[in-house]
Write a new protein. Sequence first.
Length: 540
Amino acid sequence: MRLLAPIIFLCLAAGCGKGVAPLTNVIVSAEVGVMRHGASEAASELYGGESTASSPDLFSMGREAIICDTPSRLLVKVPDAIGQVFTTAVRSTTAPNKEITFSVVQRNGEELKVLTSLSVNDNKWHPIQVHPNGDGELLLNASYTMPSAASDAGPEIAWATPNFSPSVHPPQSDVLFISIDTLRSASLSQAPFLSKLMATGRQYTNAYSPSNWTLPAFASVVSGLTPQQHGAGRGTFAEVAGGQVDKRDFMSLADVPTFAEAFGDAGYATAFIHQNPFLESWTNIQQGFEMYARTADRVDSSQQLATTWWSANSHRARLLMLHFMEPHWPYSGEDDAQKYFGKDISDFFILDNTPQQRRDFFAVDENIKDAVHAAYNAQIRHLDKQLELTLTELSKTSSDYVVVIHVDHGEELWDQGSFEHGHTFADCVVKVPLAIIHAGNIEAGQISKPVAAHHIGTYLLEHLDIENSMPASALGDNPNADLSVTSTHSLYRSDIGGKTIHADGSYSVINHQQLEYNGKPIEVPADVLATLRQLGYSDD
């Protein structure tokens, strides 16, 4: 059943007032109105909602932005350089009751030249790209379209962080960071294209995720920190599992340096396109990305948005992080629970149950296990074909690019008598595929020693000689790197708190008492909680 939730328009901003906002390579001041620098996110009623076969492609989109009044005029100094491209995007933070016109005007002395103008009557993002002629100033104007209402006060509007960049791609490598949800290392053979691609680069055959579910695993890859260090995930378990509704708090990523920020500081255009409610903006995983969006759980939905963004920024070095939900449960359709288990399983997931209760709940006949496994494999094969199309399309406009293949966690398919993920630190869940491919720059080969998968973000920065303040990566030769490999902080109750993987492949147990849950508390919107419940993670 489709979730119905009120339309939400998030406008998250810090600091306000008339004055100057220092941005990436632009100084902006307000000539008319009040401005502040923050983030603006457009979301429909599907924000935090379940993805179905009939869902539209886009659920939400956010950007770092300058937020100001209607009417308003911002002043931007044009750099003293030839061949500059000016890029931004605009939106009204609420659907306006009257049409709003946005314009970019170049002012050089007394001369005014309109570079572009567009009228908006919705609250979606509308990209703008213009080519200023020479130096001078750009005026970013917003007011109601009707002349009689041009001076009337209207809704807040947002200009995506303005950027000036050369019209020719710089001598920097593009980066395609592909992250796949729930892909078992043991199931990689079901993805022939992906397997062949990974074999052309450096493949880590014993990479371990820092956790057994998405939020802490992703927080680690963008920050380079372990879950014990960054705290993103969920709060402390109750002392005893009593079968009650699990109401542990969600924790977001604290304000720590991220690899997206480092890429941005190096002049990269940065975008994060994902399909998981655990990666929505309330988690702060998107910190440092110029643009971030959630699409429906269909590869073609992400491919369309990714291709559009990639092409629009072809004159800049690009970091594109693409997350795909397949092969996450449900595997073959919205009725999978009834189809395979003959019952609704979502209510079980919201309860605080023991690992044994989980094993008992998912005790099924071998023929059911085989059918579920086959459906899971079919999802992988479908994703593999779509990934080939996506990467082929994106590579058309880049002559030098790095590809990263990353997986947040795997999946248990009764390997130890249970099902799904978030409840165990067995290799089927925390041992993940990982590879980096850079033709002519990284020698192909397999690395068999155990490594921490979340070090891949920092390794990218080191490989591309990008200055950063993140922890050193153990995936290369950095002598300052932490070589320990751990996986901790489960979503559900587990028999152990986590494990440390040793160089010989053995592991030692981390007890629950050794862990801290010190993340940044958040308030999850009601509609987001509804989706988490649909996925089996929380109660609304």
